[in-house]
Ligand binder design. Sequence first.
Ligand code: AMP
Length: 278
Amino acid sequence: MLISRTKQELRDFISGAKSQGKKVALVPTMGALHEGHISLLHEAKKHADILITTIFVNPTQFGPNEDFGRYPRQEEDDIALLKSNGCDAVFLPSVHEIYGDNFSTAIHVTRNADILCGAFRPGHFDGVALVVSKLLNIAGADVAVFGEKDYQQLYIIRQMAKDLNIPTEIIGAPTLRESTGLALSSRNKYLTPIEKEIASTLNVKMRDVLAAVKAGADIQSTLDDAKNQLVAGGFTKVDYIEIREGDNLEVTENLTNKSRIFAAAWIGKTRLIDNIPA
Ligand code: AMP
């Protein structure tokens, strides 16, 4: 597996593969890899011959009081996991390699970036769109795979790639979960065993809400009750729990086959997100 820290080396590797007629897939991550990330590699393998993972904790998508500084970094473990899962190259750039000197260009996402997570993380999706556009441009991969775990991110990236004429095909992959239903996340590493038990009730509550609404309960009052119950059950704070349409992210008034429930909640200083189809 190639371990590359420079754009040039990565580009040379990818153009070498492409010149042999190979299809290339990119899996962008922030590292602290887990089986959820590996499931993206498995999805990528269905679409491409060569798998490239990027590991970059992108400063421009973190707010000033967020966890950029303490985000888990475990390069050696990540490299070993990627090697044992058939990854062909990992790109581990420095912040300077990505942003260089005098970086002066922004991307502003104008739709669906101020709802759900965007309402609580101002500028977050501008930073995501910026770094993902840069990674897609650096790699020039045939496909790039992103998790539905970050559904709003996947949605915004698809639109960004279309808007900016980036030819890489954007592919979504389902969320990998623990047996409790807890979505795998690098941020789960922050949780104590007791906090992890609390965390795993988020998904249970989301499923309960969907079951109640399907049985005829009012959507808004069921969501309001769920929010209170999550706090009563140990969550420090619930940023949101909402049901929206998966194809346009508009608020759902009546459940459809495209409806999804979305939630973000805090346990202490750890923010967890999840979403599932109705
Ligand atoms: P991150 O390193 O958290 O930025 O995530 C990198 C990619 O992995 C994103 O496309 C995420 O949506 C995806 N991802 C994170 N957690 C999971 C999971 N549990 N299952 C599937 N994909 C995931």
